[in-house]
Design a protein around this ligand. Structure first.
Ligand code: ADP
Ligand code: ADP
Length: 235
């Protein structure tokens, strides 16, 4: 389990020679093992904030501590190790269409290059069982429903046994019923594996269904944060 601390984090993007602020002065602590939601309108800075956690984006100021270590100072080796500890799932799943379900899930393990073929196969089988897709191992993504594709995304994200799972609008392309079943799976993973989950959404219902705490972002700032029941008193 893992603590994530943002300390006075700033991020601006350089656009046409000008620095455009996307996040200004974020102070936030995400506790070990919790499901933390980030909600806000499009452009509020949610995606940027979450992409800082695995340094897909770099902050322009401030400190970002994971278990007390400032990851903005990590060298390349430390960064590679950090990224293995962080899984991510996406709105549009980002599966490789020319690879089978099993090969998509095996992909991060093959990249890490630490497991034998037999170990990889066993791990993939275990992951597919966990997400309920054992019967679909040799299918291609185009043969799956949206909910099934996201389950493949989740299995792939878990392949390297991360301590943190980042979810960027992971249910936004799914219908309400499929959304609920994917959220149930995420809650189960949180509970059984003790993963810290950071979840971005623009849907209040998603926050209410599974988050412990929430931050509301607006214009690159956290305008409110706390336990879900305190922040959203009125349904
Ligand atoms: P959200 O996820 O809440 O929709 P984003 O983090 O995607 O918000 O965007 C925050 C702000 O940063 C927006 O104004 C957006 O246009 C800008 N932005 C995001 N990514 C980039 C980028 N790669 N280059 C330039 N500006 C960006
Ligand atoms: P135990 O229940 O024996 O303490 P764990 O709970 O650590 O063992 O692991 C149970 C199974 O879940 C193992 O097969 C392990 O590979 C898998 N697992 C553990 N942690 C993670 C993780 N963070 N992501 C994905 N899979 C995990």
């Amino acid at each position: 389990t893992t603590t994530i601390q943002f300390k006075n984090i700033h991020k601006s993007y350089r656009v046409g020679g000008r620095d455009i602020p996307a996040l200004s002065g974020i102070d936030l602590t995400i506790n070990p093992g919790e499901i933390f939601g980030m909600i806000g309108h499009s452009g509020a800075g949610k995606s940027t904030l979450v992409r800082l956690i695995n340094l897909l984006e770099r902050p322009t100021g401030g400190e970002l501590l994971i278990d007390g270590a400032d990851i903005t100072r990590f060298d390349n080796d430390a960064l590679r190790a950090l990224r293995r500890r962080i899984g991510m799932i996406f709105q549009h799943f980002n599966l490789l269409s020319s690879k089978t379900v099993a090969d998509n899930v095996a992909f991060p393990l093959r990249l890490a290059g630490k497991k034998s073929r037999a170990e990889t196969d066993a791990r993939v089988a275990e992951l597919l069982a966990r997400v309920g897709l054992s019967e679909h191992a040799s299918k291609y993504p185009s043969q799956l429903s949206g909910g099934q594709k996201q389950r493949v995304g989740i299995a792939r994200a878990l392949a390297t046994e991360p301590k943190i799972l980042l979810c960027d609008e992971a249910t936004s392309a799914l219908d309400p019923q499929t959304t609920q079943s994917v959220l149930r799976l995420l809650a189960e993973i949180n509970r059984e594996l003790g993963l810290t989950i950071v979840l971005i959404t623009h849907e209040m219902d998603v926050i209410r269904t599974i988050c412990d705490r929430v931050a509301v972002l607006d214009g690159g700032k956290v305008v409110e944060h706390g336990p879900v029941a305190d922040v959203f008193l009125h349904p």
